[in-house]
Write a protein that binds this ligand. Sequence first.
Ligand code: IMP
Ligand code: MG
Length: 178
Amino acid sequence: MFEDVERVLISEEEIQQKIKELAVLITEDHRGKDLLLVGVLRGALVFMVDLARAIELPLSMDFMAVSSYGASTESSGVVRITKDLEMSIEGKHVLIVEDIIDSGLTLAYILEGLKARNPASLRVCALLDKEDRRKVALPVDYTGFVIPDEFVVGYGLDYRQRYRNLRCIAVLKPEAYL
Ligand code: IMP
Ligand code: MG
């Protein structure tokens, strides 16, 4: 099914173990607080579903969508909200859930917009972080894995909308990239 995969970078078991660890931290930090998870579509969807179920607190979930990349694997630097939140975040303890932080431009834009809506707190949880690629300084409160500057797919992350349903994080064979 996934013959385009060259190498598994992070296995399904490693991802699930990390989610348990992140969930413990998030649970401790948000006990007794009105927690709202904000997932950034579409990449964070798979991570968000597993993370939410590992957090042992009542919480709500909402989603927003932004476009940062076209079909290319490089950031255009242009960020646009294509789907806004359904709920008000005023007075809520908001945790933004992201699949991966690359340049940081997408998240910087989202943070700025959400701050203006007066949440009680605003934190960030990212499964993957390509630290070396950062173009803007960002506060990331919960990080799953710091990874090298390589294009990865799986566990929600896509290349041209494919491979999101891979259960691990993987690197594709060069011939898979058009
Ligand atoms: P940034 O604005 O440069 O931080 O880009 C963040 C977004 O770029 C992520 O939400 C992903 O959609 C996409 N992205 C960055 N690196 C990768 C990758 O290695 N694989 C798949 N998508 C990526
Ligand atoms: Mg994305």
